[in-house]
Design a protein around this ligand. Structure first.
Ligand SMILES: O=C[C@H](O)[C@H](O)[C@H](O)COP(=O)(O)O
Length: 227
C-alpha cells in the first residue's frame, strides 16, 4: 500500500505549476506528496508555490520539506487542493476525517479551483460507509445529545478516544469527534447537509460532489477518475 500511495503522490506533482497556491491535505498519502513537492521547490524546479496547510501535521511536514506556507486568510484563492480520503464511491463522493482534520480540509477543498484526491485502490467502495464510519466534529458539550440524535438516522456513533492522551480526541479546533456508522448511505449529499443541520455539529466527513479528479494507485499503475 505504501508504494501505491507513493505512486499517486508522485503523479500529483504533474498538476502543480509555478505561482500556484496549493492546499496541503492531511494523512499518510499527502505526507508523501509534501515530501516530493518540497524536493521540487528546493531544487528550484517549481517557483513561487505556496501551501495552505489543513492541519498541524501538514504544517510541520511543509516546514520539514521546505514548502513555504501561508494561512487561508492570506490568499485570494486556492488553485488546487491535494488530499487523501478514507473512502471514494462510484460518483467520487468521499468520506474523510480519519486524521481528525475534516473541518479545515472541507473549508479549503470546497474553495479550491481543482480538488485532487489521492488514494490507493483499497479506498474504492460502491457505497459510502461500507468500510469506514463517518466522522462528525461536534462541540464538546453537545456530544452525547448528538450521539443520541444520530439514532434517528439509523446510525450508531462512538466518541473517538485518544491513544496517547487520556480521554477523547480533541480536534485542532477544540472539539470532539463522533464516528458514526450508518445502516446504509443512499444519498451522500442529502446526508451531508442533514448532519450539518444538527445544532452542535461543526462539520461532517462526507465530502459529496466536490472532488474533481481522483488518482487511484493500483497494482497496474495510477488510474485517473474524473467527474
Ligand atoms: O483527517 C484526515 C484526512 O481526511 C485524511 O486525508 C484521510 O484520512 C486519508 O488519510 P491517508 O492518506 O493516511 O489514508
Amino acid at each position: 500500500m505504501k508504494e501505491l500511495k507513493r505512486a499517486v503522490a508522485k503523479e500529483a506533482l504533474k498538476f502543480i505549476e509555478d505561482d500556484m497556491i496549493v492546499s496541503l491535505g492531511t494523512g499518510s498519502t499527502t505526507a508523501y506528496f509534501l515530501e516530493y513537492l518540497g524536493k521540487l521547490i528546493m531544487e528550484e524546479e517549481l517557483e513561487d508555490v505556496y501551501g495552505v496547510p489543513t492541519s498541524y501535521q501538514a504544517r510541520l511536514l511543509a516546514l520539514e520539506y521546505g514548502v513555504p506556507v501561508v494561512g487561508l486568510d492570506e490568499v485570494d484563492a486556492i488553485d488546487i487542493a491535494v488530499d487523501g480520503a478514507d473512502e471514494v464511491d462510484l460518483n467520487l463522493n468521499l468520506i474523510k476525517g480519519r486524521g481528525a482534520a475534516l473541518t479545515m480540509e472541507k473549508i479549503v477543498e470546497y474553495r479550491a479551483g481543482t480538488f485532487l484526491v489521492l488514494v490507493d485502490e483499497s479506498k474504492l467502495v460502491e457505497r459510502l460507509g461500507q468500510k469506514m464510519p463517518v466522522p462528525i466534529e461536534v462541540i464538546p458539550a453537545a456530544w452525547r445529545a448528538i450521539k443520541e440524535e444520530l439514532e434517528v438516522f439509523n446510525a450508531t456513533a462512538e466518541l473517538r478516544m485518544a491513544s496517547k492522551k487520556d480521554g477523547p480526541v480533541v480536534t485542532e479546533n477544540g472539539n470532539f469527534l463522533l464516528d458514526a456508522r450508518f445502516h446504509r448511505i443512499d444519498d451522500p449529499l442529502d446526508l451531508e447537509i442533514e448532519l450539518n443541520n444538527i445544532p452542535g455539529v461543526v462539520e461532517n466527513g462526507i465530502f459529496a460532489d466536490i472532488a474533481d479528479i481522483v488518482l487511484v494507485g493500483t497494482r497496474e499503475g495510477v488510474k485517473r477518475l474524473e467527474r
